[in-house]
Design a binder for this molecule. Sequence first.
Ligand SMILES: NC(=O)c1ccc[n+]([C@@H]2O[C@H](COP(=O)([O-])OP(=O)(O)OC[C@H]3O[C@@H](n4cnc5c(N)ncnc54)[C@H](O)[C@@H]3O)[C@@H](O)[C@H]2O)c1
Ligand SMILES: O=P(O)(O)OC[C@@H](O)[C@@H](O)[C@H](O)[C@H](O)CO
Length: 376
Amino acid sequence: MKNVLIVGAGRLGKGFVGETFDNAGWNITFLDKDPRVSEELLKHGCYYVKVHRVDEIQNRTVKNFQAFTCDEAYSCMEAFLETDVIVLPLYPEDFEEAAEYLAKCFEEFFKVHPERKLTMICITNKNYLIPGITEAFKKDLSQDARNWFDQNVVIRDSIIRRSTDASSNYDVHIDTVAVNSLLIQQPVNNDISDVEWMELTDKIEMLKDIKVIAVNGPHATLAYMGYLKGYHTIPESEADPEIAQVVKEVVEELTEAVMKEYPITPEELHNLVYFAPAQGVLPDSIYRVGYDPIRKLSKGDRLTGAAQLCLKHGVCFDAIAKGMAAGFKYAEPRDANAQKLQKEIKELGIGQAVCKYTGLEPDSPIVQRVIEEYNR
Ligand SMILES: NC(=O)c1ccc[n+]([C@@H]2O[C@H](COP(=O)([O-])OP(=O)(O)OC[C@H]3O[C@@H](n4cnc5c(N)ncnc54)[C@H](O)[C@@H]3O)[C@@H](O)[C@H]2O)c1
Ligand SMILES: O=P(O)(O)OC[C@@H](O)[C@@H](O)[C@H](O)[C@H](O)CO
């Protein structure tokens, strides 16, 4: 049987990666730095995933797994030494710490199985992270292990086209929408062709730029505008006619700009970004989708990146600016970066804050439009 180690056993780690590899008959090992994750998994002995597919809702119970915390005793070591594939559904800021912790595991793997190959798959919505992640994973290795790592381990980026939510990262009841595959940069070192929803591709960086702008830009707009109207879930925002109209215009604006910027046909774009309707309703939270407005408003990311493309190609970005302005008003108390942003806006004023967090110059037409929308 093949073995997968899932580093980051939160919503996506359990609800997508764990459930999917379990379905394909792989041995699953979860590793998480939050002790509540393994405590809950081990207490229940299983977890539950409601998989919303196009044709049905599957209620899956996943029972066959091991779960570990990133403890000092390295209780995950034995499982690590048997792994074939390592999947890392982590937020961008968490890779460095994961790499530091796992250095000891890679050092041991190299000693015990120098002949084996490994594939690591990173799951985030941030592009161009792989060189930095690779450095982080090699940083604490001995020279011999580093040489081995270069020859035997590949770290691949992916494009995740699936929403998966739960009340917390340690909740054992998870909802996921399964209508699109995970696109993974090829080649990989280990055979994953038996696992549903895993699809190898080329041109990952270009496709990821497009996907983050075209899928996550409208998604963030739903979250930020919905928050301002007091909603808690994305379906509530989608049902609001005023928000739905702005989101429709966001899609029109960014689609025109994307088609001008990238060598992609309308059919290829559709295949990349279309989510077929699934059965039931995923109660996806505005908290999760809006999470970390500092990342989401940064240069090149889903909203500012979309506006930048529009500006470059002479396309109107009025609706995108509305989404960005709502992002600058996002004050969710549980979101540390939303709080940080609000504090900075109070201290610096909206003008300087927009420049600082979008990375754009004060005379940029994007900055001007966002400030106008913010003050409206
Ligand atoms: N949930 C989704 O629908 C979804 C969709 C697309 C992309 N993503 C991306 O996937 C990634 C994970 O999202 P999520 O929703 O599963 O988040 P989550 O918060 O539910 O889970 C992340 C888990 O990683 C753990 N973690 C953090 N640092 C760690 C470390 N150093 N070592 C081990 N574990 C560590 C956390 O404790 C947490 O349990 C993010 O980059 C997110 O943007 C999520
Ligand atoms: O994961 P984030 O924080 O980058 O973005 C939140 C959502 O937009 C995102 O997770 C989507 O649900 C997902 O990318 C859809 O495929």
